[in-house]
Design a protein around this ligand. Structure first.
Ligand code: GLC
Length: 740
């Protein structure tokens, strides 16, 4: 019976593979059948993408030409057309074209369409791939329900510079965690197979290394070694390919002097060559003709030439392809083969989405109404928000709020702000849906507790006129909760900041309130790590609440009152000073290792410690955990072998809680110097008080590998240190192993 069972499973797997292969063949055959009918104009049309704001909004009259182009088959895709009625209307225009090739509708559905989830950096603090996948799945369900086929997400750019506003869109600083989150988000958006009416195409962006822009300034240049590109910045994109990402988007930055939309190395050599990628690449908005401004090409024709030759398949809103490709082909500067390859990639996705069978299959008004008001989505965004919150400090366990506090003062410009809770890239958000901290707390905290509120200051200005009222309210309270941070539009695209402290007069407001001597809990909200030395030193407790989306207030209130035990861990380092940036946990010993007891001749500064304010992986709980009994089933292994490391985790506190157990590896001697630690495993574990569990990590050659000087991913024989911890700066157990 057992053998029969295995063979049945094997048959089933073979069947699935055969089926997938057969489907691929069918799609390719159907694509070829359409290609044979297409004129050069119609082929180039498929490579052209317009923004929909111009054809369905108030500007539709001034842009009648766009609708004409659509009718003439000169447009392959639209972005920002949203709503079943609008997408149906524009698709109908495309159905007037000669070959009736359906349009693709795309939009930036980054952390929710109508139900807004925490910003991606916040979600990354959950270290919970199922939850991250669920969030993307719900975003996809709502997007597909309004007629969209494609989201320009996930942003998988590793980001180690919090001055860069777009750090909020990604998964933080770490490649290993970023790989897992890239995979979870792609699978969340796309499901297991494209074509479901609850799924949309994903778009891995921005390819590549956009998170490493010089000085954290958006749109800037990126200069980096190939080694660092492969070791740190490319792996999450490869993870997206392996997860089946349907599309890629190139980026606004240059990589070592070449605009990425014109990078043959990235788009053809690596993505379509080494990685054998079969999807298509869309440029970022206008980035093809921006090559002129970069000084890379003299004119738009050359921009179109460089981009198509180097593997950029679709032109987002620069008109370069629609204006110049025909001439470039007719003058034999561009081979029709390149055009055909790009068109085939795009048509294949339209077939996989079922749009040739029914161009309106995503246009269903009943589904739109149901999905956009689905209460399950609200529950899900609350759960993600609760688990995104990071408890940075909790002096004398002042949190959760004790019943002894009868008068609570809520102070700060973010305490009752709806729109700010949704962060940037908030899809088709409805700010009225937002529960603010103040309203969440009022709902959560029962009778007998008086809550007072005053804004105290604005977010951005240096106005101090509200301070007196704030001090008065604080003096009259037993506990003060301060909601401080950035406005939603101070992070995101084109929102880099040179000073990442609290904007405006908020730090002074904190000092004025803290001077009353009342205990202060700081709830900080932002789309990036902020620098808040004063608050870090003087607040009794600090919650980092990022931008948590529609259910922000309920989630924060649940954590403040103890209904939820915080379990978030930082996916990014919080520096003490801007001068430390870029600062990551995986730094190097150097030849002059940092030693706080030695004043000089060491790597570091004479005025600031090397250590961050809060380290990657840091996050406290209302309970405590004990790490013990680290055991290895062997301490040496060969390349084709593995080592099983196990440890016991015990909840030694008085309440249930979750812990993210992290495994870091250090390779002390290697042909390319290795950082002091690299995350190579983690697990999130829930434990009741007093309960214990065994955590197991498998260590194999992949775990120990890095890109060597020949850019080969390989593990080298030698000793390694295995470190198990609660944070990158809180190692609890360690052991030595050897690769022979
Ligand atoms: C923007 C962004 C990109 C986005 C695109 C479409 O400029 O860089 O992330 O997907 O344009 O809105």
């Amino acid at each position: 019976m057992y053998k029969v069972k295995i063979s049945l499973i094997a048959l089933a797997i073979a069947g699935i593979q055969l089926n997938a292969e057969a489907q691929r063949k069918t799609v390719n055959q159907r694509v070829d059948s359409v290609m044979r009918l297409m004129t050069l104009d119609e082929k180039i049309g498929q490579l052209n993408q317009y923004s929909g704001r111009e054809v369905t909004g108030p500007l539709v009259k001034q842009n009648a030409n766009m609708l004409n182009d659509i009718r003439q088959g000169k447009v392959g895709s639209m972005l920002n057309v949203q709503g079943v009625q609008n997408t149906r209307h524009v698709q109908e225009e495309a159905m007037r074209s000669r070959l009736k090739i359906p349009l693709l509708f795309g939009m930036d559905v980054i952390h929710g369409y109508k139900t807004i989830f925490p910003v991606p950096l916040a979600e990354s603090a959950t270290w919970d791939m199922d939850l991250i996948r669920l969030s993307a799945h719900i975003a996809a369900k709502e997007a597909a329900a309004v007629g969209l086929h494609w989201t320009f997400a996930p942003m998988v750019d590793v980001a180690r510079d919090p001055r860069w506003g777009r750090i909020m869109e990604g998964a933080g600083e770490d490649t290993y965690l970023g790989n897992d989150i890239a995979r979870a988000r792609v699978l969340g958006f796309q499901g297991d197979k494209l074509g479901g009416l609850d799924a949309v195409m994903a778009c891995a962006k921005h390819f590549a290394a956009y998170g490493a822009v010089s000085s954290g300034r958006d749109y800037n240049d990126v200069e980096m070694s190939e080694h660092q590109l492969w070791e740190t910045y490319l792996p999450p994109f490869k993870a997206a390919v392996d997860a089946g990402a349907a599309t890629f988007m190139s980026s606004f930055n240059t990589l070592n002097g070449v605009p990425t939309a014109a990078s043959n190395y990235l788009q053809r050599d690596i993505l379509k060559g080494q990685w054998k990628y079969s999807g298509f690449v869309v440029s970022d908005w206008g980035s093809i003709d921006q090559m002129i401004k970069w000084g890379y090409v003299p004119d738009k024709k050359q921009a179109a030439l460089k981009a198509i030759i180097s593997g950029c398949d679709m032109d987002m809103m620069s008109y370069s392809y629609i204006e110049h490709l025909k001439e470039l082909v007719n003058t034999k500067q561009v081979s029709i083969k390149l055009i055909d390859d790009a068109v085939k990639r795009i048509l294949a996705k339209k077939f996989e989405l079922g749009l040739f069978d029914d161009p309106y299959r995503f246009c269903n008004e009943e589904r739109e109404k149901a999905e956009l008001n689905n209460p399950e989505h609200v529950k899900a965004t609350l759960k993600v928000a609760q688990r995104s919150i990071v408890l940075l400090k909790n002096e004398a366990s002042i949190l959760p709020i004790q019943n002894s506090f009868k008068k609570i003062a809520v102070i700060g410009p973010l305490a009752d702000s709806k729109r700010d809770m949704q962060g940037a890239w908030a899809g088709a958000n409805d700010a009225d849906r937002v529960v603010t901290l103040l309203s969440g707390l009022k709902q959560k905290i029962g009778n007998g507790v008086q809550i007072t509120y005053t804004k105290g200051s604005t977010i951005k200005t240096n106005d101090t006129t509200g301070f007196a009222e704030a001090v008065k309210v604080a003096k009259d309270a037993d506990l003060v909760i301060m909601a401080l941070g950035e406005a939603y539009d101070q992070s995101g695209e084109s929102r880099s900041r040179a000073d990442i402290g609290l904007p405006g007069s908020q730090d002074q407001l904190f000092s004025a309130v803290q001077a009353t001597g009342k205990p202060v809990v700081a709830v900080l909200m932002a789309g990036r790590p902020l620098i808040f030395s004063n608050i870090a030193a003087k607040a009794n407790a600090i919650l980092y609440a990022w931008f948590l989306g529609d259910q922000a207030g309920n989630a924060i209130a649940d954590v403040l009152t103890g209904a939820v035990n915080p379990s978030g861990k930082l996916p990014v380092t919080f520096p003490r000073s801007v001068g430390q940036i870029p600062l990551t946990y995986n730094d190097y010993k150097t030849g002059h290792p940092y030693n706080s007891n030695v004043f000089q001749y060491q790597t570091g500064y004479i005025d600031v410690p090397n250590a961050p304010r809060y380290a990657f992986g840091h996050g406290l709980s209302y309970t405590t955990f004990k790490y013990s009994d680290l055991k290895l089933d062997r301490s040496t292994m060969r390349k084709n072998g593995k080592i099983t490391a196990s440890l016991t985790l015990t909840n030694t506190g008085t309440r249930a809680g979750e812990e993210v157990v992290q495994m870091y590896i250090h390779d002390p001697v290697a042909s390319v110097v290795q950082p002091t630690k690299k995350l190579k495993g983690y697990g999130k574990v829930a434990l009741e008080p007093g309960a214990s569990t065994t955590i197991v990590f498998i260590i194999n050659a992949e775990t120990l590998s890095f890109y060597n000087q020949q850019l080969k991913w390989d593990a080298e024989p030698g000793k390694f240190k295995v470190m198990i911890g609660s944070a990158s700066d809180d190692i609890k157990l360690q052991a030595d192993i050897e690769l022979q």
